[in-house]
Design a protein around this ligand. Structure first.
Ligand code: OOG
Ligand code: MG
Length: 256
């Protein structure tokens, strides 16, 4: 199988780097979820070898809205690199993506490493700061359709992320209103409570799930808690903002 892992990793690596659509790997190969995570790890190793560096991880399918939109019921995770960071207030070029979508999220900045199963309180104690955030997801699969194994192999669709102002983690984030706007009009409205009932649970899940794969969440890393609402398709010229009650907002635009 290790030869196949390498082959599949190269396919998703090429698709990510060149922003080209590919057919679902599961159409021609059969592989387990555990193997899918190995494909993901290998493809990210290729990106690191090409000069990117790791800055964190993202959780996926931590809200009902996202599970329903994509037809997947399991939480998944992916790896964030420095090249995926889009500056707050910055602009992206849609030609660098296949069919990008955006979703409103909350980000954590860690001040201590996290590893293995732990309580929500323990996870929270490692948080240096929290921020309003967005994730740009861009499945490399045609028509944005995939099985859970396919999406995991493709770094859980992660393609970009935007982080707003970092805030001290001294307020209760259990139920904060979240509004994502396109051109100043609300397109998705939700609450941080949509993320596993409390977004800190997503951080505890991140620690548990990455440890299953032999990874530690490092101090200084960013962790994305997962979309609180369904994602919205991006298009040329659109300006996008996510505002999280009490935390502020972050924004970016798609160039015309
Ligand atoms: C998979 C990624 C899911 C989230 O926040 O739920 C995700 C996808 O929807 O393509 O990032
Ligand atoms: Mg996401």
């Amino acid at each position: 199988m290790s030869k196949n892992i390498d082959k599949l990793a190269k396919i998703v690596f090429d698709a990510q780097i060149n922003a080209t659509a590919i057919s679902q790997l599961s159409e021609t190969e059969s592989f387990t979820l555990e193997e899918a995570y190995r494909v993901q790890a290998k493809s990210i190793d290729m990106r690191l070898a090409a000069g990117e560096h790791r800055v964190g991880m993202k959780m996926g399918f931590t809200s009902r809205a996202k599970m329903v939109q994509m037809g997947v019921d399991d939480m998944i995770w992916g790896r964030l690199t420095n090249l995926m960071l889009v500056e707050d207030g910055g602009e992206i070029d849609i030609s660098n993506y296949v069919h990008p979508r955006v979703e409103p999220e909350i980000a954590y900045l860690l001040k201590a490493p996290l590893s293995g199963p732990l309580s929500t309180v323990e996870a929270w104690n490692a948080v240096e700061a929290i921020a309003p955030a967005m994730e740009i997801i861009d499945s490399r699969y045609e028509n944005f359709k995939f099985t859970v194994e396919d999406v995991v192999a493709d770094n859980s669709s992660s393609s970009g992320f935007i982080i707003g102002p970092w805030c001290k983690p001294d307020s209760d984030i259990a139920n904060l209103g979240m509004v994502m706007e396109f051109e100043g009009r609300a397109v998705q409205i939700g609450s941080s409570a949509a993320i596993l009932g409390h977004p800190a649970r997503s951080l505890a899940a991140a620690s548990r799930m990455t440890a299953e794969d032999g990874e530690t969440l490092e101090a200084g890393w960013i962790v994305l808690a997962g979309g609180a609402t369904a994602a919205e398709a991006l298009y040329e010229g659109v300006s996008v903002r996510n505002t999280v009650e009490g935390l502020g907002s972050c924004s970016f635009g798609v160039a015309k």
